[in-house]
Write a protein that binds this ligand. Sequence first.
Ligand code: ADP
Ligand code: MG
Length: 255
Amino acid sequence: MSFDAVIDVKNVSKRFGGLRAVNDCSLRVERGSITGLIGPNGAGKSTLFNLVAGNIVPDSGQIIFDGQDVTGLKPHQLFHRGMLRTFQIAHEFSNMTALENLMMVPSGQPGESLVRTWLMPGVIKDAERHVRQKALDVIDFLKLGHVKHELAGNLSGGQKKLLELGRTMMVDAKVVLLDEVAAGVNRTLLQDLAANIERMNQELGYTFFVIEHDMDLIGRLCDPVIVMAQGEKIAEGPMSEIRANPEIIEAYFGA
Ligand code: ADP
Ligand code: MG
């Protein structure tokens, strides 16, 4: 295999007490791909994401991100290196407008540092203008212009999801991790969300690593799809192949 992996998980294990949540698991996410991760409940998918994003540290094995060993780095360190993860719009952000929500994303720009704020107000002004313009561009891209001054708390479920996606666009992401971002979103909005993920991938070059229960969505968006069960990777390939594998279907989708 000679592809360019943005994430390279090497023989990673994580136990919780006696439970092997992730067991000597190796997998790669190719740059420019939308890679899917599926498997039954309890397979270890979210734990794997937590390991990759630095929320938990593996017992053994390595996480290579963009060619560098990042095993043991903290989430904020990985964030600044371009490992992004969506989070539900937190309660405290619901009283800010959609535009303000995007402008709140820590950017690593001057303006974060209080000292610089005192010393160099001009720099801050420029940075603020830059962040605002970027937020407006993101709003445009996601076609949320009509709700940009609406409070985030008043947005529809689907619009909130788009805003979550938009937050990942405020920084230069090398990969975006989506853990069941479509949960509870209706069919129409799901199509909308999927279309935006596709556009971010195709037009802007974003790489995605996606956990999703909705097999239609996975089939439409992701190639390759990685199947996990009992903490291990058991298969990988295009969804058409995964779907056609009777062992996988029987054992893991109960078809
Ligand atoms: P999935 O996302 O595929 O449904 P998870 O990664 O959430 O699976 O969970 C894998 C296994 O690890 C499950 O048995 C789960 O109960 C267990 N687990 C996950 N996180 C913890 C934790 N923080 N402490 C103890 N057990 C955990
Ligand atoms: Mg999970």
